[in-house]
Design a protein around this ligand. Sequence first.
Ligand code: HEM
Length: 416
Amino acid sequence: MRLTPGPAHGIDLEAVNLFDLDLYSSGDPHRIWDVMRAKAPLHHQVLPDGREFWSVTRYEDVHRVLAGHREFTSERGTVPTHLGTDDAAAGVLMTSTDPPRHTEVRRPLGSRLTARAVRSWEDGIRATVARFLEPALDGEVFDLAERALLLPAMVTGPLLGIPEKDWAELVQLTAMVTAPTDPHFMVGHEAATLAISHHELVTYVREWVKARRASGEEDDSLLHHLMSVRPGGEPLSDEEIALDGYSILLGANVTTPHTVSGTVEALIERPAQYAKAAADPSLVPGLVEEGLRWTSAACNFMRYAVDDVEIAGGTIPAGGAVVAWIGSANRDETLFPAPHTFDITRAGAKRQAAFGFGTHFCIGAPLARMTLRIFFEELLRRFESVELAGEPQHLRSYFIAGMTHLPIVARKRRTP
Ligand code: HEM
């Protein structure tokens, strides 16, 4: 989707289809969300097949929906591509549980992913980023979006304990889960793409655990850690470990690359901001927060209303699905003045909603923030300028806001 919106134009909210994939691959959803925030902060849509959902677009409502498990449950699934079909992993997969079960499932992983815990990986991640940027040779065309798909696997692969030979396949499978109708990833049709990718990913982690148990091998990886923890005195079952591993693979692989590409695109369009960040590396953490706000790679998450809920001037009936549009919350003018301006020195950028809120707040946020900070430190240090070398191509997904192609040319600094 366009991250810098085009001119505002008349929008008929009655006719808007928020699940129209063309809107995201070639359209301009930000102009629609602007009108929704102003005129219909609670919006209802019925799809041609009869499925229906409500949408909230203001920051405060997105916060309330994502953070409030007593009003809005995660147990029936949280990904809008599954609207209307209850999540098969409900009550087991971390993302599809409510407290108190959620707290038990999340705790063993959380302790390994805090800001303090991930700091010890900084040198390793910097070496990985250097390796990642190596092919961006001086003056040659480099498809950043395509290559960035591999970056999270390069970072989290070793942390999870997944060998390099499997990264490309896992990246492909996670992309299939999140953009099942994008021509780059679709196999046959949407439902088949979702079923195959989900099955293969869970099977991959299950087999990994089985092989590890058989060999008795031990290491410091996250998956191995999950095999040894005993929340509530009981070890996790292989199924639970497989689903946690699946959550991490998905969470990491499908978001960070698009934050990288979208933020680089914003800098290409605004060379003065690139130069400013390059001249003062202390601005990089602010650049990262603004990049997270700007790109909102996880464009939304879904919940179901537990009872009738009054929100945003209307009512969501008990059992109704509600999509909380993070991409819109991050352009809410009441929190972010001049929201469609990309400004690496924006005050209050840290309140961005890209990682969600409350109990399900992204468990990988410290790792994502550190990876992005290192990525931009290394990019700005190495390259004097980055330019566009072709048309960017956007992901065909209403769930993940991203790019499939971003051809760029980077020019190396003469004096490092
Ligand atoms: C820029 C990068 C990232 C963005 C924008 C992002 C976004 C999000 C958001 C919005 C949620 C909340 C979901 C909800 O409310 O239902 C979430 C949860 C989650 N994220 Fe991330 N994420 C990123 C990176 C990562 C990384 C690097 C990992 C893995 C290390 C990860 C793993 C997860 C997991 C496992 C959850 C589920 C947490 C729970 O249900 O308690 N994410 N992420």
